[in-house]
Write a protein that binds this ligand. Sequence first.
Ligand SMILES: [Fe+2]
Ligand SMILES: [Fe+2]
Length: 349
Amino acid sequence: MSKSPKPGYTGQRIDTEDEWYELYQKGVELGTWNVEKLFEEIGFERDRESWQSLEPRERDQIRYLLSGFLDGETEVAGDAATNLSRVMGADCLEGNTQKEMFMTMLTLTEHKHTQFIDIYMNEVMCDRDNYTELDPREGTRVPIVQATGLGEVFERQGLLTAKAAQTRDPVDIARAATNYHLNVEGVLARVGAGAISRFPERADFPLLNYAFKFISTDEGRHITHGVELLKELLDKERAGEPKFQGVEEGIVDTLYKDVPYMADFGYMFTDAVDDPLELDIDQVLLRGSNLIDGMYNETLGCDVDYRRVMDVVGDRYDEIWEWDIDSRLDDQQAHYRRKRSIATDGGEG
Ligand SMILES: [Fe+2]
Ligand SMILES: [Fe+2]
């Protein structure tokens, strides 16, 4: 983490020398962009015009990608507010108070990301049905997210963070942080944001692009937190502390287990939908691989085997090559419509 000058004061309960204190302060200072102000200053008009000018397949691709963000931001906000906040108080972690302080910033920014994307999709891309009244917090994700494998990553995120909150065990914390901070924030969100940053090649979405600059900066702090947290656990494992043995294995194993589901989503916003925006699956995969190599191998000093990661992706592609995404989507929507009729008339209608 880059060091800024320490303040010349400290507290009795709060350690101003702690790196998480610094990260919290950065959040206080830089994470304060205001979603409503952005709507006021830039407005929806240009983005709406661009949306109207696109072909239906182009719209589908953008909507799929943003739907992943809509559900992803909702899920990370929920898990941060509950499970991760509890994890930060674990006895096995250093500087609990500062980590808990940082988690409030993380939670706030994730809610802001949800706020932006939800309102943006509703105001700009109105031709959609997200079944939100069925409650996304209970797993009613956007149909495309559920029809592809992405919903599984969030399912795993909920399970892993809940387990870590309950046991507060170093290996469980390492697994949860790997899924949440490295795979969801560090790979999926970064690759997705990279694709969004290329929309201007096709059409101009000033509001979306401006907001994603802020979102990406926020995510940078979240990823730093995750990487530093994992370093802390790994350092103790490598120093031979018995309670921490198994941390590295937990990190690497979580990656191999998450990769197939992460690969599904990459596939869905590229080849399988004809890739009208030319986001290019090979570029997406290359970016994902570089991010994995940078975080896991270079920064954390783990030994992730590239060929094995790519083999997992390749095997998964062979499996889903046969999918008819439109019929999977129809099935998911039919399922939600049934749920909706049960919710409104108790299944009588
Ligand atoms: Fe976010
Ligand atoms: Fe985040």
